[in-house]
Design a protein around this ligand. Sequence first.
Ligand code: CUO
Length: 690
Amino acid sequence: MTNTDLKALELLFQRPLEPAFTTRDSGKTVLELPDSFYTDRYRNDTEEVGNRFSKDVDLKIPIQELSNVPSLEFTKKIGLKNQFSLFNNRHRDIASELITLFMGAPNLRQFVSLCVYTKDRVNPVLFQYAYAVAVAHRPDTREVPLTNISQIFPSNFVEPSAFRDARQEASVIGESGARVHVDIPQNYTASDREDEQRLAYFREDIGVNSHHWHWHLVYPTTGPTEVVNKDRRGELFYYMHHQILARYNVERFCNNLKKVQPLNNLRVEVPEGYFPKILSSTNNRTYPARVTNQKLRDVDRHDGRVEISDVERWRDRVLAAIDQGYVEDTSGNRIPLDEVRGIDILGNMIEATPVLSINYNFYGNLHNEGHNIISFAHDPDYRHLEEFGVMGDVTTAMRDPIFYRWHGFIDTVFNKFKTRLNPYNAGELNFDGITVDYIEAKIGKSNTKANTLLTYWQKSSADLAAGLDFGPSADGNIFASFTHLQNAPFTYTFNVTNNGARRTGTCRIFICPKVDERNQALNLEEQRLLAIEMDKFTVDLVPGENTIRRQSTESSVAIPFERSFRPVGADYQPKAADELARFKFCGCGWPQHLLLPKGNAQGMLFDLFVMISDYSQDSVEQPKTPNDACSTAYSFCGLKDKLYPDRRTMGYPFDRRLPNANLTELVGAFGNMAKTDLRIVFNDRVIDKA
Ligand code: CUO
C-alpha cells in the first residue's frame, strides 16, 4: 500500500456530508477526482470547483478512473437525507449489497476509486457504515485505522448547542491554538424528576455508544460470508449484550434504582419516556422523542412493516424451542440446543441474521423488529413523516432507558436456555493441584487500602473537526470538553500455589454485586446473572508459589480512552509500522473509563472473584493469520481473522448454574477459585484529565 492510498482512505472518514472534492485534513489535502466522478450538480463546473479546492493544499491525491462503473440504483431507496437503520430489513439488504460491492473491488487503488465515486452518490450514513465494514474486513486495508464514529458523526453523540459554539469558535478565532475548548453539557436530556436520569452518564457516554456501533460493525447481520460468518458470532451477540445488561443493572444499584424490568409485554404502555435532543446528521432534525406511557403499536410504513403479533409469535417459537431442547432447520431436521453450540445457534436466530439463522422464516427477526417497533412508537404509520427514534440506530440506541428493557427481555430468553442446562460439575470447574491463596485489588499509590477502589468524574476532550461538515476547513482542531465517569487505575495481585508440574492456566476475574439497591444480600443465582467480567488472561504457573500481578488498564474487555478519541487526520497517524498496526481495528471494546461501576459515596460492596482454569481445556488452535496487535478487548469483540480465543462458553463459570448454595461455599469447594470483599467508593468531584 502506498502512503497516498492509505491517506485517501482515511480522508474518506472525514466530513461525511461534503462532496469528495472538498479539502480535508484541515485544508491540507485534496482528492483529485476524474471529471466523470463529479455528480450532476457539479458536472458543468468541474474545473472551477476542482481548482478552488486544490488551491493552497500541500498534497493532491489523484484518484484513478474506475475500470467498471457500478450501478448504484439499488441504494436509491434510502434517500440522501433519510436516516439509515441497520434494524430496517430493506436498509440492511442495501447495506449488504454495498458491502459486497466494496469487498469485491479488484485491488486497493480501485477500492479507493470505488469508494470516492460512491461517497457522493449514496446516503452518507449508509456509505460510512458499508465503507467502514469493508475497510475493517478487506485484507489489503489491514493498515487503515477506522475513525471512531463519534468523530465522523459527532452530532449523534453530543448536545447540539456544542456545534454552534464550535463553529463560532472556529470561524471567529482563526488560529487553532487560541481557541477555547467547547463545553459539551452533561445531564441535558431530563431533570432529576425523572429517576432514570441518574443513569444518563452511562447511557449517553460517548465511549459506550461508539463501542456499540463498532461491535455491530465488526459483526454485521448480512453481507458476504467472510464478513458475517465469524466464529461464535451468535454467542458473542448474547454475551456482549448480556454483559452490558449486567453492568447496567449493577450501575442502577449504585444509584439506588432497582434492576431493569424486562420488556416482556409489548401491549402495555411504556412508562419510560425519552427525549434525546441530539441531531441527526443527514436531515438536521432532532431524533424523535417518546413520551411517558407511550403505547407501542404495529408499524406500517412505506419502508417497513411489522406487527406486534409477529414478534410475539417468534418469541413463542423461540421459547418453545428452548423448552424442547432443539430447533428445526428449514428441512425439518432437529438440531439439539446443546451446551456447546446451543447458545451460538440461539444468538444468530434471535438477533436475527438472515444469513446464519437456522430458520429465518420460522423463528423470524425477534430482536431487530423489537428495536423497530420501539423506535417508531411515536409515528408507527408515518402520518407525521417522522423518522425512527434513537432505538432505530446502533450509534444511539444505548442512550434510551428502553434499550435496557428490550435487551433485558432478550437476555432473559438466553438465560432461560442457560438455566435449562445442567449446573457445572466439579470436573468442569476444578484445576487439580492449583490453589489461589490470596487475592487483592489495590490502587497504585502506596497509602491506599487494598480492595478499596475509587471512581470520580473526569473532564476530557475530543476533536470534533473531522465531523464538522461545511465548517471552516483550513485550520486545525476543534476540541470539545466533556465529563465522564473515570476510575483510578489499580493492580490485581494473586498468590497461587501449584502442587504439580509447570503448566498454564487462564485467570478469570469478575466482580459480583453483594447487595441490591436496598442493601439486601443477593443469592448466588442473582450474583451469577449480574457477574461483571473484568479481565481474562493466561498465566504461566511454575511449581510452588506464584505471584500474579495484572494492571486494570490491561483488561481484556476494555480499550483505553485514547483509542476511542484519538485525534483524526494523517498528522496524528503514527509513522512506525508497528505503532500504526496498533491503531487498526481498535475501536471495539468497553470504554476503560467505565471498567468499574460507579459505586457510591459510602463504598458499594462487591465480591472480587478470581478463578484459574486449566488452559489445556481452554485453548483453541488458531489459524495462522497475522496477529492483530489492536484486538486487546477480545472478551467482547473477538479477534480479527481468528477463532474466539477461549474454548469455554462465554461467561464461564457464571453462564450456567453452579453446584453450591452461595459464593463462599463455591470458593471453599474449589481451591482454584478465591474471592474477597471489594468496595467501590465514588468521589463526587470533577478532575481535569492531565
Ligand atoms: Cu446491539 Cu439491540 O443489538 O442493539
